[in-house]
Design a protein around this ligand. Sequence first.
Ligand SMILES: CC(C)(COP(=O)(O)OP(=O)(O)OC[C@H]1O[C@@H](n2cnc3c(N)ncnc32)[C@H](O)[C@@H]1OP(=O)(O)O)[C@@H](O)C(=O)NCCC(=O)NCCS
Length: 196
Amino acid sequence: MENSTVRTERLELRPVRDDDVDRILEYRNLPQVTRWLLRTQVDPASFRATWRRAAADPDDHSMAATLDGVVIGTVSLKAVDGMGQPGMPPRTEADLGYIFDPAYGGHGYATEAVSAVVAYAIERLGIRRITAGCFADNLASVRILEKVGMRREQHGLGDSWHAELGWVDGYTYALLAETWHREAAPQEQPNALGRP
Ligand SMILES: CC(C)(COP(=O)(O)OP(=O)(O)OC[C@H]1O[C@@H](n2cnc3c(N)ncnc32)[C@H](O)[C@@H]1OP(=O)(O)O)[C@@H](O)C(=O)NCCC(=O)NCCS
């Protein structure tokens, strides 16, 4: 695999390893974590197998976010085909998701990690469109998606099943690479003469 380590101001992002899974399981099944997830409780053995499959899948670019060497969350990124007629370039879209340990919540780490993975997907993997779905009432997730520059493309009325709430609304967000370059990519600082 090419060098897929990404450093941000406070975090390092790198592929998820087998020995990360026990650490991830320390928070993955907490009620405040599962509340707005489609896959709620996970059983450790199949969870580990899922991460092993992901590590072996060339289209899976998910990463662990580490703070001072401790895994505090994961950002999943899976390259997929868009829809299209014959001749369409494959694997130009990617689905994005994220789960963070609430013990580290509220410090902007998830936003920092998701922004970095979006930049990685566009700049290093050549992804042209990133999508993410969430329950409409998952306000922290909505906030992250909007802060990283994604746009709400769909508000699905009653399209999503929640184990406690029944049918609730869902959102689909997306971001085109060209929009990201224009509006959300980190801007180069002007030099002393004020020129870009
Ligand atoms: C979603 C999640 C990653 C957010 O983690 P976090 O540590 O709160 O993230 P950050 O600190 O980077 O930023 C969260 C933003 O949401 C806001 N936020 C958090 N909780 C909120 C709430 N209940 N209502 C409104 N805004 C909220 C924060 O204020 C912050 O925005 P700000 O920087 O403008 O103030 C975390 O809660 C999580 O892992 N949840 C469980 C899994 C999940 O739902 N994943 C997403 C599935 S779509």
